[in-house]
Unconditional design. Structure first.
Length: 90
């Protein structure tokens, strides 16, 4: 992995295929305890996201735009749970 960017609180790491945000923990589904979520737009399209411990919803792939997506409701990729990002657990 190649370290691309680092501050005292976060680091971007590239493994050749994906860019990862390190230093901030991802919140988990309260039902199945995984971090992989998605959000939807008005057309029903999905965007893969994570919710960081500060409550920020971020795209899994940093180059993806979140414009037009509803960030007030997240859907778990591992089970049927969906709801406010504020209901996720550490």
């Amino acid at each position: 992995m190649n370290r691309l960017f680092e501050t005292s609180s976060e680091e971007l790491v590239d493994d050749g295929n994906n860019l990862y945000l390190c230093g901030m923990k991802k919140l988990l589904c309260p039902q199945c305890k995984i971090a992989a979520m998605y959000v939807k737009n008005e057309q029903g399209e999905r965007l893969l996201v994570y919710v960081l411990e500060n409550g920020e919803v971020v795209p899994k792939y940093p180059e993806d735009s979140m414009e037009g997506f509803d960030l007030t409701e997240v859907f778990c990729l591992g089970c049927s749970w969906h709801g406010s990002p504020k209901r996720l657990i550490k």
